[in-house]
Design a protein around this ligand. Structure first.
Ligand SMILES: Cc1cc2nc3c(=O)[nH]c(=O)nc-3n(C[C@H](O)[C@H](O)[C@H](O)COP(=O)(O)OP(=O)(O)OC[C@H]3O[C@@H](n4cnc5c(N)ncnc54)[C@H](O)[C@@H]3O)c2cc1C
Length: 601
């Protein structure tokens, strides 16, 4: 199993040097007094310790043991999961980024994201239990009544209870407009929820005293499609007057899935049999409210991609320095040994640098999104909040889909660096591949994210959201135009930035004649966008490194490595945009011409 070491230097580079989080926290009154540099440092240090010492050792155990459903419908999590969760609660981690009035510590969401990165890299399956809770908390905080916040939010924030997200049914996941779960009004103002939800992460387990399900269902006579969906809180145990878990609600875990990866997380079929629930938000507006949950979860899933790159990179790097095979093409590099370590070979370096570029670039993208989230939540002016919300909306599908696709690529490369040993379970590299494979599927598949980006976010705003981003890139490129050392980065970035707009225009024109052109171009468009966004972030990281070197840093090797990785990204990763540009313009006919009955004979 690769040993997890929290990359604190890299985390601090993005937080302090790239995104100026200290300045950002100081500029938001809600955070200025709480997210002080000392506090942030203490959280990073303690968080890293918890993840390295408590969670990482459970990662393989979780994979081997998986979860067990008992005859009474209860679920037992792998050895050590429950105890680690108790320590997590004791340490106050669930309450980190939640409002003080509900028992939270009032710290920024972005700091919670940093902690989630360390949790997720050390043990993704375990991290999903508090991860799902976090989304439930945000949903209740934004859409719940005062009473719902008092009853549920405080318990979720303290970590005594956990939450879930119940959307999917056996016949629908992407298309929630056709879901069937029913909600009928009871005389006491509550609702009776009846239906079956599948694939519910953390739907049942033994880690918390109660489980609060956030469930999508239809009221009688509700309009068809997405306009007729409402949202409900449905607890496993109905809360007593004093807030303790009381009578068992009529819902049960019918089974748990046997699946490719994330074995330590219980993926449950949840059967609701007239279970008592309470409406959150207005009737028939459930999907709008659920978007709060889904957006939290999408950034959380984007993080899964970046954590897969990081975890796999850490394992592969250590192995590549140690494993001996053949001699370097330019002559022996370790003549005292029987052969050279494989890190001398260009192709092994290609794999390692790709992982490194995705891990560090991915972190920068997720933190940038999290920074916008802080402003959306607590920004001072309406204008600031609106601007951040637009940028976050644009970045979310890119981060979710691009980082999970690149995370999967990184995980595969990590396995490849290990050769045959990568395929063998005991090294833990194949677990990373299996665990991360789901990330391109749940929370909206890559295909669905791509439609969201190109259709909803870009074309429906007549390109405004894209223009806001490309303006930022353009400004950077203009400022660095005369920067000789970064010319190999700035020039191609400026070209891609311009081409991005041109491609959007072309697709927009063809889409006016044939809507299938959007679906035919969308995934290539999304991947192109991902490479462009990461290009911008890598160029900015290179500039930070260049400045540090010019100012006589004591960490010369660190910044030189940053600069070299940026150059690698531009030389070997960004050119992938060329293929995506060509295929996104290849037209829908090449996909639609083959008649359905002629796919196979
Ligand atoms: C381990 C695991 C955990 C999960 N956790 C949860 C959870 O906690 N809560 C929850 O509610 N759900 C959860 N899910 C469900 C998950 O979100 C869905 O599986 C996912 O959204 C895809 O839905 P689907 O499986 O119904 O696939 P479908 O919607 O049937 O899609 C099948 C394929 O068709 C494509 N497709 C569909 N429509 C279009 C379109 N219009 N254009 C182009 N392509 C399209 C999709 O991209 C996909 O490739 C989980 C699933 C798994 C496997």
């Amino acid at each position: 199993m690769p040993e997890y070491k929290a990359p604190l230097r890299e985390i601090k580079f993005v937080m302090n040097e790239l995104l100026d989080m200290p300045g950002h926290y100081a500029s938001i009154p809600a955070f200025a007094d709480v997210a002080t540099p000392d506090m942030v440092d203490a959280i990073l240090t303690e968080g890293a310790k918890f993840c390295e010492q408590e969670l990482a050792p459970l990662n393989r155990i979780g994979d081997i043991e998986g979860c067990t459903r008992n005859d009474d419908g209860s679920v037992t999590t792998p050895t050590g999961f429950k105890e680690a969760y108790a320590k997590f609660v004791e340490g106050g981690w669930p309450s980190l980024a939640h409002d003080v009035e509900h028992g939270g510590q009032g710290l920024p969401e972005s700091l919670g994201t940093v902690m989630s990165e360390m949790v997720g890299t050390s043990n993704w399956s375990w991290g999903m239990y508090p991860g799902l809770s976090h989304g439930a908390m945000n949903t209740i905080a934004l859409h719940g009544t005062h009473e719902q916040k008092e009853t549920y939010l405080t318990k979720l924030v303290s970590g005594e209870w956990t939450g879930t997200m119940c959307l999917t049914e056996s016949h629908c996941g992407s298309d929630l407009g056709i879901l069937k779960t029913k909600a009928e009004a009871n005389a006491d103002g509550s609702y009776a929820i009846t239906g079956s939800k599948i694939f519910i992460s953390a739907g049942e387990h033994d880690m918390s005293g109660n489980i609060v399900h956030i469930v999508l269902a239809r009221l009688p006579g509700a309009p068809e499609g997405t306009k007729g969906i409402s949202l409900f809180i449905v607890p496993k145990f109905l809360p007593n007057e004093d807030g303790t878990p009381g009578e068992r609600n009529t819902l049960i875990c019918g089974s748990i899935e046997h699946k490719m990866g994330i074995h330590g997380n219980a993926t449950c079929v949840m059967n609701f049999d007239g279970a008592k629930g309470w409406l959150i938000g207005p009737e028939n507006k459930g999907l709008n409210c659920m978007f709060t949950f889904m957006n939290t979860a999408r950034i959380g899933t984007a993080l899964q991609g970046a954590t897969a790159s990081e975890a796999s990179f850490q394992g592969a790097l250590a192995y590549a320095k140690d494993r001996l095979a053949m001699r370097s093409l330019t002559g022996p590099k370790a003549p005292e040994k029987a052969a050279d370590p494989i890190i001398v070979h260009p192709d092994v370096r290609r794999m390692l640098l790709t992982q490194k570029a995705f891990a560090e670039g991915g972190r920068a993208l997720v933190y940038l999104a999290a920074q916008q989230n802080d402003i959306v939540n607590k920004g001072e002016t309406e204008e600031q909040r609106k601007e951040a919300d637009e940028l976050l909306g644009f970045l979310t599908p890119i981060a979710k889909a691009f980082l999970t696709e690149s995370g999967l690529e990184s995980a595969n490369l990590g396995m490849q660096v290990f050769g045959g040993h990568g395929f063998i379970a005991e090294w833990g590299m194949e677990q990373i591949v299996r665990d991360t494979r789901i990330s391109t599927i749940y929370e909206g598949t890559t295909g669905i994210q791509a439609l969201d980006l190109l259709g909803r976010k870009v074309l429906m705003t007549q390109g405004a959201s894209l223009r806001n981003f490309t303006k930022m890139v353009h400004k950077f490129c203009q400022a660095e135009e005369g920067n000789e050392e970064l010319a190999a980065l700035v020039k191609p970035l400026a070209e891609v930035n311009k081409e991005w707009g041109d491609l959007t225009m072309k697709i927009g024109m063809t889409a006016m004649k044939n809507r299938d052109e959007v679906g035919a171009a969308s995934v290539d468009y999304l991947m192109y966008s991902g490479y462009a966004v990461l290009g911008y972030l890598w160029a900015r990281m290179a500039k930070v490194a260049q400045d540090a070197l010019a100012n006589g840093t004591t960490e010369e090797d660190y910044y030189k490595a940053k600069l070299t990785t940026a150059k690698f990204y531009f030389a070997r990763i960004l050119p992938r945009t060329k293929a995506h540009a060509a295929t996104m313009l290849a037209g829908a006919d090449s996909l639609m011409d083959l008649a359905e009955e002629h796919f196979a004979f």
